[in-house]
Design a protein around this ligand. Structure first.
Ligand code: TYM
Length: 369
């Protein structure tokens, strides 16, 4: 079984236990869950259900927190198009962490990255998309007093000197081995990871003292932070702690793909468009109704089921019933999709209202030089 996970390409059949091993992650165990629960007062479904499944240095981060050394959160978005529901997953979890731990959030919009890595997008476009994507971040309800959103190109005067410090300590050979660059890669691509490292220590630079950092993301972003963890101590800063999630799968089976519109639901999709995508999705169902009623379906490979599990069915009892009914052939795929379409439509209508309202609040969140 072969697969590939880099920030710019996810392909093949993902084997998360191999990813843990290859990337040098630690699986989140019971003891760590209890520790998080102790401070948060509850566990978010994304944690309880193993969607956020791995970490680095979370126990160290909580040691610091218990000593009164509060951490800040850092996450981001590469604005290459509209936001899809998969992107929202780490942000929803980040919002929960902000609420429970009273943490500041630094949110990076890498309009520079999406320009240098794209053969179709101009810088003006990635910048415009960053503003679109920022509306989705704000719509999720982040605390305006504790959240800063910035575009790399608009915050460059602050970011650039720090990025240089990282870049000077990163060889081409390490960047090549980590990201798979070749002689054909442009030099903007090779430099870029230095920029993504900066927010992990920028608050420490600004405050003039070391502040612990926690970065939530799906595993594709991990290569950046392996490099950051290697270099930051050389600059006198803490290694950033991190917490990783699996992916929300594509609706056509496999991963979501930007080139296949129907593999993802975008936050800007109307409810009818979303419904159409869901009704045409791949499922774990059988070839005929008769066969499904007799033998049941396979929910573990079904994107519809994973949409419920990861985002649209927070009630554990309801999810257990769905699993039972699916396996036992009691519920058919059409009905299951229809029900999900209703929930997704409700979510989209509500999110789009909040997204509209966010337009007048952009300036409360955005920072520039
Ligand atoms: P980007 O825009 O590719 O993705 C934004 C966030 O969404 C996660 N993600 C997913 N999560 C669940 N299911 C999916 N199908 C899915 N697809 C993407 C990504 O892991 C990411 O957390 N270079 C970054 C932007 C960035 C960043 C950061 C991300 C800058 N600094 C710090 C995380 C942390 C990017 O292009 O993300």
């Amino acid at each position: 079984m072969t697969f590939k996970v880099t920030p710019w390409e996810v392909s093949g059949d993902l084997d998360y236990s191999k990813i843990v091993k290859d990337f040098g992650l630690e699986v989140i165990n019971e003891a760590l869950m209890r520790r998080i629960e102790k401070h948060a007062g509850e566990l978010h479904p994304l944690l309880k259900r193993g969607i956020f499944f791995a970490h680095r240095d979370m126990n160290w981060l909580l040691d610091q927190y218990e000593k009164g050394n509060k951490f800040f959160l850092y996450t981001g978005r590469g604005p290459s198009g509209h936001t899809h529901l998969g992107h929202l997953m780490p942000w929803i979890f980040t919002k929960w962490l902000q609420d429970k731990f009273g943490a500041d959030l630094w949110f990076q919009m890498t309009d520079d990255e999406k320009y240098v890595f794209s053969d179709r997008l101009e810088l003006e476009q990635t910048k415009k998309l960053a503003y679109e994507n920022a509306l989705d971040v704000i719509a999720l309800g982040f605390d305006e007093k504790k959240t800063k959103i910035f575009l790399d190109t608009e915050y460059a005067k602050t970011l650039y000197p720090q990025a240089l410090k990282v870049a000077k300590r990163l060889t081409f050979s390490t960047a090549k081995a980590t990201f798979g660059f070749t002689n054909e890669s442009n030099v903007g691509e090779i430099f870029f990871t230095s920029v993504q490292a900066v927010p992990a220590f920028l608050p420490s630079v600004i405050k003039g003292k070391n502040i612990p950092c926690l970065i939530p993301y799906a595993v594709d972003q991990d290569p950046h932070f392996r490099i950051a963890r290697d270099i930051l101590p050389k600059l006198g800063y803490y290694k950033p702690a991190s917490i990783q999630s699996i992916f929300l799968p594509g609706l056509k089976g496999g991963k979501m793909s930007a080139s296949e519109e129907n593999s993802a639901i975008y936050t800007t999709d109307g409810p009818e468009t979303a419904k159409k995508k869901l009704m045409n999705a791949f499922t774990g169902g059988r070839d005929s109704i008769k066969e499904q009623k007799e033998k049941g379906a396979n929910y573990s490979i079904c994107p519809i089921y994973h949409y419920y599990k990861q985002m649209f069915m927070p009630d554990d009892k309801e999810l257990a019933e769905l699993e039972h009914d699916c396996k036992g052939g009691k519920i058919l795929c059409g009905e299951c999709k229809q029900k999900l379409a209703g929930r997704v439509a409700d979510f989209l209508v509500d999110h789009q209202k909040k997204r509209e309202k966010a337009k007048s609040r952009l300036d409360k969140f955005l920072i520039r030089d």
